[in-house]
Design a protein around this ligand. Sequence first.
Ligand code: HEC
Ligand code: HEC
Length: 273
Amino acid sequence: MGMLIPERVRQVTRMGKRLQLYLFPVIISLLFSLNGCSSLFGDKHVSAGRKLFNRFCTPCHGEGGAGDGYNAKNLDPHARDLTDSKEDYMAKLSNEEIYEVIEKGGRGVDISPLMPSWGKVFSEEEIWSLVAYTRTLHPYKGEKVNFNKAYQTVRTKNPSVKEDEFDKLMQEKVVDDEVQEEFVGRGREIFDDFGCVACHKVGEKGGVLGPDLTRVGFMLQPQFIFRWVKNPQSFKPETRMPNLGLEDEDALAITLYLSTLKGMAVVKTDVKE
Ligand code: HEC
Ligand code: HEC
């Protein structure tokens, strides 16, 4: 009996060692997934936010967020400098306020509509990840984004627009030429109000993130324009063009306006730069 005890002890320790060997990777991966320890290894939400930011936001805000992206010089006002290099601006916004402007766009919070809305593109968790990443860009980081809440993690899939939707609306709403003219006029205005102009040139004015629409009336069928502007992601899931949440009549107005654009490509006479 006396001889058995050390034997058993040895067995137990040997088992322990083996367990340690197996458990080691498990413990490490647990550590990685724990929020509290994540700063040790790089925060997974911050890096998810950085990825999204680099694809969707840098054309205007610039790679480090200083407001110097390639599309920035076409924007008035400029895309916000998110680094607070000149003033404490971002530092004064709460996490909720930053979330809100990304979700609803400038239009939704009474600043410039040239800041697009992303609430119909990203999941809640993705927008919070963008908030968390944005916080790393300026010296005062604010309170930490709390990812322990149950945020919606999956993007909402907006239904794609049916093929005959445009023709049906035309029949219903555009009863004569006069009404059509009114829609075109309204479309011209809301092209600016919805910030389409931030990314698209018409004539000399507008951004260069999306294609020049000066001749779009020649290039695209109104049926397609309508379906595209209401839900670009249904055609191209990763497109940089956001779903701006256009109601039917606004989308109709914009489509009728764009269909009138059959101008010559603008010849650049300006040879500066
Ligand atoms: C088409 C250009 C454009 C893109 C793309 C863009 N922004 Fe902006 N953003 C702007 C402009 C312009 C402003 C300044 C609006 C103003 O000051 O009236 C702005 C302002 C902001 C602000 C400051 C809000 C405030 O309350 O003043 C934040 C935060 C921001 N953008 C985050 C983002 C994020 C995150 C993305 C990517 C998901 C993004 N932006 C994509 C143009 C853009
Ligand atoms: C943040 C930038 C951005 C904003 C804002 C934006 N677009 Fe776009 N748009 C794009 C990009 C990028 C494409 C190219 C699509 C692709 O290949 O991903 C595009 C494509 C298009 C096309 C199709 C052009 C073609 O040749 O296929 C139309 C039409 C269009 N946009 C209209 C609009 C309208 C109308 C609005 C406003 C309601 C708008 N866009 C707002 C970036 C933007």
